[in-house]
Design a protein around this ligand. Structure first.
Ligand code: SF4
Length: 338
């Protein structure tokens, strides 16, 4: 029966693919559909003059968003909740939506790229990662032509693949990207540990971009010092194949491994900086020290402010002024690296 559907995107800065599929399905069924970015408690509540929705679907991608998802449940007892931040096993099919069904981009009118997965799953099973549990082994899902919206839309494709090079026919997908002159954002990153000379040349040969499709950017990760040899071999192959070091945006998981020390994570940071790439620490636990480390690096303060000074300033740029002996060398505003 046609009615009203409210879609709540609780986190994530790019359009939410699952919600876009639900929007398409519910509009086809005749519903009036509203999609709202609801990143705080107030945005979840019914807005002034808004009629009570019959159906509510909410998506949380990050586990830190769970408290907001709980609020959705309280505000709308009929809500269907999903996303990896809520459950790694709930699927669109559980909500009666075709998992590979049509996508409705109309709730994101300023977004012009096309989004999708050319593959699901991953070859590896990193203990901190939900992908193997949520998506299982590698499977192929769509071609680039399937994902691109076509017509007037730019040939900009944002891939949500977690292991692009793990799919058997990655060479065909690369060929499509290359000959179709697409810009592509490997949004979830390329696993540098599994890159060899052939795949490095293939990646270097496409127009890889950040998620806004503006800057040349290739995302990857260096999460564990034990992976150093494989990581640097893969990154070396990419650079040799023509990827410029400053195009590399390297996520660093910090605070996960029991044996991790400040010295270890700082070693990874220095290795990435010495390549000329951009480190981006992601705290697994949100302690003041780990958040402070992330802020130090993401803000670019690590380039000029010694860690000891940053620590003494309690990881606050504004407090650096108190350390006058270093003042000239210190950036006092938020210099960012992107
Ligand atoms: S390689 Fe990446 S996607 Fe695969 S299991 Fe490890 S962290 Fe997850």
């Amino acid at each position: 029966m046609p009615g009203t559907t409210l879609l709540l995107q609780l986190d994530g800065k790019i359009p939410n693919l699952a919600l876009m599929r639900i929007a398409a399905a519910r509009r086809t069924a005749g519903d009036r559909v509203t999609l709202r970015r609801a990143g705080n408690a107030q945005a979840i509540q019914r807005q002034l003059g808004e009629e009570a929705p019959e159906r509510v679907y909410a998506s949380a991608i990050f586990t830190r968003t769970r408290p907001l998802a709980e609020l959705v449940r309280k505000a709308y007892p009929q809500a269907v909740l999903g996303g990896t931040g809520w459950s790694t096993t709930t699927t669109l099919a559980d909500a009666g939506i075709e998992p590979n069904g049509p996508i409705d981009y109309s709730d994101y009118p300023r977004w012009s790229s096309s989004i999708g997965y050319s593959q699901r799953g991953c070859r590896l099973r990193c203990p901190f990662c939900i992908v193997p549990k949520a998506e299982g082994a590698v499977s192929e899902t769509a071609t680039i032509a399937d994902i691109w919206r076509g017509g007037k839309w730019p040939r900009h494709v944002l891939l949500l693949d977690n292991d692009f090079l793990g799919q058997p026919r990655w060479r065909e997908r690369i060929e499509e990207l290359r000959t179709g002159r697409y810009r592509v954002s490997f949004n979830q990153g390329i696993n540098a540990r599994l890159v060899d000379r052939e795949s490095a040349a293939a990646i270097a040969g496409v127009d890889y971009r950040d998620d806004g499709m503006r800057h040349r950017r290739l995302y990857t990760a260096f999460d564990n010092a034990k992976d150093a040899e494989r990581f640097f071999r893969g990154v070396g192959a990419l650079i040799e194949a023509g990827v410029r070091p400053h195009h590399l945006f390297v996520y660093m998981l910090i605070g996960y491994w029991k044996q991790e020390t400040h010295q270890e994570r700082d070693w990874r940071r220095r290795q990435i900086r010495s390549l000329g790439a951009l480190p981006y620490p992601m705290p697994f636990r949100r302690t003041p020290e780990l958040i402070g480390f992330a802020r130090w690096v993401i803000g670019g303060y690590d380039r000029t402010v010694p860690w000891e000074i940053w620590e003494a300033a309690r990881y606050q740029p504004a407090r650096l002024r108190l350390h006058r002996t270093h003042e000239r060398a210190l950036p006092l505003t938020g210099e960012t690296q992107q």
